[in-house]
Ligand binder design. Structure first.
Ligand SMILES: [Zn+2]
Length: 248
């Protein structure tokens, strides 16, 4: 199979696997399924009167398997972002659907800023929480009197470390290293006048990912370069209804 065939096929599979990747399960069903052999647990659950209709967002296993076979580890990294990122930018994700009419209205996309908030782990703060301190080259239990010193531990509590990237869907670009590293000597320029590409475009009018790539004013390449951030944004776009439940 030639590079462009494989590149186009990847885009076709991506479109199919991203649709419906995020699913929702009812909390009640999940708990009952997980505790069906434990009557005591089930009773406790009934006593607690938990709101069983609460929805939990999960990932469709078959689609996840297919995506990870296609793209590898980046899929899991992208999902991590989906579940723990902040998105900044005046992008109306709801308008992205696979509906052709709406796609035509989407004249200009904007730059989207993704921010991951990671708490930097501080070993001393963790130890103090467990009641220990590192003293004279060994772990020593924090004495009750020492615990009064704990406010000084505030000094070693570090600020959250922020990681941020900018995704530009208009130009199919992310400013992370992962994105640029994937563009290499094997990348072939996407030639929009190539007959194979024209015919793929005709049958892919509802393939949102392809339409964004194809309409990009910049030169694009096959196989596409896709990093965890671009993929995370596509997971959000393709699954916006369920994504909203994560950020509620
Ligand atoms: Zn990126």
């Amino acid at each position: 199979m030639q590079n462009d065939d494989a590149g186009l096929l990847t885009i076709e599979i991506l479109d199919a696997s991203l649709k419906g990747l995020l699913e929702t399960d009812l909390l009640g069903e999940v708990v009952r399924e997980g505790s069906k052999d434990n009557e005591h647990m089930l009773n406790q659950f009934d006593i607690l009167k938990i709101n069983e209709s609460q929805q939990l967002v999960s990932v469709n296993r078959n689609k996840l398997l297919l995506l990870s076979m296609l793209l590898g580890e980046v899929v899991f990294q992208a999902l991590e972002w989906v579940f723990a990122m902040e998105i900044e930018g005046d992008v109306d994700f709801q308008k992205y659907t696979t509906n052709k009419q709406q796609q035509q209205q989407q004249e200009s996309l904007h730059i989207i800023k993704l921010i991951a908030k990671k708490e930097k782990r501080n070993i001393h703060a963790l130890l103090a929480k467990l009641g220990y301190e590192w003293k004279d080259g060994k772990f020593s239990p924090l004495l009750k009197t020492d615990k009064k010193k704990q406010p000084s531990l505030g000094i070693i509590e570090e600020k959250e470390e922020e990681e941020e990237y900018h995704v530009d869907l208009d130009n199919w670009y992310c400013d992370c290293r992962e994105f640029t590293q994937k563009l290499n000597d094997n990348s072939q320029l996407l030639c929009k006048s190539n007959l194979k590409v024209i015919s793929f475009n005709e049958k892919s009018q509802n393939n949102l990912l392809w339409q964004i790539l194809f309409k990009s004013p910049c030169n694009q390449f096959l196989p596409i370069s896709i990093c965890r951030h671009l993929l995370a944004i596509f997971i959000v776009i393709y699954n916006y209804k369920n994504y909203e439940k994560i950020i509620e």
